[in-house]
Design a protein around this ligand. Structure first.
Ligand SMILES: Cc1cc2nc3c(=O)[nH]c(=O)nc-3n(C[C@H](O)[C@H](O)[C@H](O)COP(=O)(O)OP(=O)(O)OC[C@H]3O[C@@H](n4cnc5c(N)ncnc54)[C@H](O)[C@@H]3O)c2cc1C
Length: 279
């Protein structure tokens, strides 16, 4: 299928992008990597009358360590994040997740900010941000604001972003010696969106794990935490964590909810091992 007709313009600066989207009275969308947006236009799932291309905004693709945080600019391509030594050292959970996102052609164009703004409930990066207790920086006509990942993802493809705002960057705590991370997903074919996935972080102490954060994806309308399982893992009780998994995944085209819940338990055992052994 072909998209409905739309106008196209390019923003050269963040200020220009905010002004363009602010003054447009119809349905305008920002165009980043286009890997999700163009497909939805082609399938006529959406029909904006204006696309504002933000790819020319300089500096929005920066990946940097800022004090105790790692900042990833909205326009950082998945490939750049995947290959970044800084990400490998200071955001190892994100480094582990990257190869699971689609295929190289998609990762060459797709952007970190696009994935977070799109908020597919089966996507890896939203769950990583929730597991890392990250925050999202948003710019609009009234300036910048920050939203914690737990509050940013609101529902199916729904976020705290308002229609005339631009997601500019995400920030996650920089990993140190005590940081533990775990990641696993099950997909029918490598590169497909996950049937079920799990991103996790914790801190290692002499007594075991603390600050365990489990963020499942593909099991609900947004990344889903599992507080009872987190508490059980803090006690070192993996069987208890699996038994306490209070997920209620809906059936979808990939599997029934019951199958997904069983798979979530399988992934939890794998990820618990990674967290406990620090591998
Ligand atoms: C075949 C295929 C397989 C894929 N598999 C996976 C997968 O396994 N896992 C996965 O996570 N993803 C997958 N993707 C999606 C891919 O990761 C996309 O790159 C991502 O979802 C969107 O990023 P984008 O830069 O392409 O955004 P776009 O498609 O350009 O935009 C997506 C949406 O976000 C908005 N947006 C983009 N940037 C901003 C911003 N800075 N501020 C505010 N709003 C913004 C746009 O207006 C649009 O509504 C797949 C895509 C394809 C085509």
């Amino acid at each position: 299928m072909k998209p409905a007709p739309f106008a196209y313009t390019r923003a050269r600066t963040l200020k220009e992008a905010i002004a363009l989207i602010g003054k447009h009275r119809g349905d305008a969308r920002l165009l980043a990597g286009g890997q999700s947006l163009i497909a939805s236009l082609n399938m006529r799932l959406s029909a904006p009358d204006l696309l504002i291309d933000i790819n020319g905004i300089k500096g929005l693709d920066r990946i940097a360590k800022k004090g105790k945080f790692v900042e990833i600019g909205a326009l950082a391509r998945h490939t750049a994040v995947e290959r970044s030594k800084l990400i490998a050292q200071y955001a190892p959970l994100i480094a582990r997740a990257m190869p699971h996102i689609g295929h190289p052609a998609i990762r060459n164009r797709g952007t970190f900010g696009g994935s977070i703004a799109f908020a597919d409930p089966a996507a890896e990066l939203p769950a990583c941000l929730v597991a890392l207790n990250g925050e999202i920086e948003i710019a609009g006509a009234r300036g910048k604001r920050k939203v914690k990942a737990d509050a940013f993802f609101k529902g199916l493809f729904e976020t705290a972003l308002k229609p005339r705002e631009v997601l500019t960057a995400v920030r996650v705590p920089a990993a140190d010696k005590a940081t533990r991370v775990g990641f696993a997903e099950l997909a029918r074919r490598h590169g497909d969106y996950a049937m079920v996935g799990l991103a996790a972080s914790a801190r290692a102490t002499a007594k075991g794990l603390t600050d365990v954060r489990l963020a499942f994806f593909g099991v609900g309308d947004k990344p889903v935490r599992a507080p009872k399982a987190e508490n059980a893992l803090t006690r070192g009780d993996v069987d208890g964590a699996v038994a306490a998994l209070d997920l209620d995944p809906p059936d979808d085209v990939q599997a029934t909810g019951a199958v997904k819940k069983h798979l979530a338990g399988v992934l939890l055992r794998r990820v618990a091992k990674q967290l406990m052994e620090g591998r």
